[in-house]
Design a protein around this ligand. Structure first.
Ligand code: PFF
Length: 437
């Protein structure tokens, strides 16, 4: 076992920005937009918000409590509170981290490529063909490897010097970019039809199981839940931290960024009359439709497009860091390895896992379905059962730093009954959808 004292965040802001950095990423801009487009706009947004509050927040607090209480990475934290038989759940988390980062890094690579295109040649006339060229094959592979290299470099730099420092610089930049883009989009002629699609709620859509499992999967994916990322970050926290407040800040910021990103994306698409393209949404729709918009906007489009893809890349990086950290911290705790060595070994292994996704868009889409809608939901279900039923006194672990907060009873009750019931239904639906395909 590792004997060096555990690394710690330097400040509360540092931890919060790193955790928000994990949550805010491609999920908020790319995944949220295409799912919203696919599931009818406002109805999806409303359901997603409701599920974030009802299942996302309780599971987020559960991860924070487990991580800070045990001060270990997932496998050891579960064994600490539940005994050795819970270790396999930690391995499931590590496996999910490997799988998700594998394809996540491929998409992040596309964003770097698009940002470069905006700088050097401008957006292509035929973004569909361009996307076809760069989204899979050797081009995708090269950018995937480059992105993984950057991620490994940050994680090898440590909790303070790598992860916290990067988040302190990049997260404020990301907030500014997303807000700036939304303000710019608001001034476009035709923005109103974008808002209407995005915000008008067609209640008949809410009652579809398809929308339900997509929204639940998105709530987990977007909050980085169900695979121990938040747990791992919380393991570097001091006992002075007010965990319930931290969970509210993280979930609030994550939803806010997704929502504001939607306020930029939908007006941009509708202002140029490209809404038809989004209707047939697939994994890549955003990468084709938006560049079409930017290409049609002349010089301004190049600047706005550049800022958009820089925001995506920045969000992707701070999330990828947390995905890698779960695996690296597990290797450090489990094998007693030192950080650099762990990062340098795990990074290339994940790069290999991503290769099939870099070679085929279909494989990438399937990996995303399996990870978001099945693995994270499964992980969240087990976490809820663990903290709700197995862990002896979770209240005692929340209490330090949060004395006098009254809603804990509700929190544990949510984890015990409603959250598992909802997640079992969602999982069943997701599996059926996946196998049906
Ligand atoms: N939350 C990230 C996003 O929205 O892009 C993705 C993610 C990061 C998922 C870390 C899971 C995770 F553990």
């Amino acid at each position: 076992m590792a004997s060096a004292p555990r690394e710690q965040w330097t400040s509360r802001t540092g931890f919060l920005l790193a955790a928000v950095g994990s949550a805010v990423g491609l999920g908020n801009m790319w995944r949220f937009s295409y799912l919203t487009a696919e599931h009818g706009g406002g109805a999806f947004v409303l359901l997603y918000l409701a599920l974030t509050l009802l299942i996302g927040l309780p599971v987020l607090l559960a991860e924070l409590v487990l991580g800070r209480g045990a001060g270990r990475s997932p496998v050891e934290a579960l064994a600490h509170y539940g005994g050795r038989s819970w270790r396999p759940l930690g391995w499931l988390f590590v496996a999910a981290g490997l799988l998700i980062l594998g394809y996540y890094s491929v998409i992040a690579g596309w964003t770097l490529r698009y940002a470069l295109t905006a700088v050097i040649g401008g957006f292509p006339e035929d973004p569909g063909a361009f996307f076809g060229e760069i989204s899979s094959g050797p081009a995708a592979l090269v950018w995937h490897l480059l992105f993984m290299g950057i991620t490994v470099a940050v994680v090898a730099g440590g909790v303070k010097g790598g992860i916290e420092r990067t988040s302190l610089v990049l997260m404020p930049l990301l907030f500014a970019l997303v807000i700036g883009l939304a303000v710019y989009a608001a001034a476009l002629d035709g923005a109103a039809s974008g808002y209407e699609f995005y915000l008008a709620i067609d209640f008949s859509q809410i009652w579809s199981f398809e929308t339900l499992h997509a929204a639940a999967g998105q709530a987990f994916f977007s909050l980085s839940l169900g695979m121990g990322a938040m747990l791992t970050y919380a393991s570097y926290l001091s006992r002075r931290e007010h965990l319930p407040n931290a969970s509210l800040v993280i979930a609030g910021a994550d939803f806010a960024v997704a929502f504001v990103a939607g306020l930029a994306v939908f007006p941009l698409i509708f202002a140029l009359g490209l809404s038809g393209d989004v209707g047939e949404s697939t994994v890549g729709a955003l990468f084709i439709t938006l560049p079409k918009t930017f290409a049609g906007m002349g010089a301004a489009g190049r600047v706005v497009g550049l800022l958009f893809f820089v925001a995506l890349a920045v969000g992707a990086l701070t999330s990828a860091i947390s995905l890698l950290e779960v695996v690296v911290a597990s290797v450090m705790d489990g094998l007693g390895w030192e950080r650099r060595r762990a990062a340098l070994l795990v990074g290339p292994a994940i790069a290999l896992v991503g290769i099939p996704a870099a070679l085929s868009l279909d494989v990438l889409g399937t990996m995303d379905q399996i990870a978001g809608n099945v693995l994270l939901v499964l992980g969240g279900l087990f976490l809820a059962v663990f903290v709700g039923w197995v862990m002896r006194d979770p209240m005692a672990e929340v209490q330090p730093g949060a004395e006098g907060v009254g809603w804990f009873a509700l929190w544990r009750w949510l984890l015990r009954i409603p959250v598992p019931i909802i997640l079992v239904i969602v999982l069943w639906q997701s599996l059926q959808a996946l196998l049906g395909e």
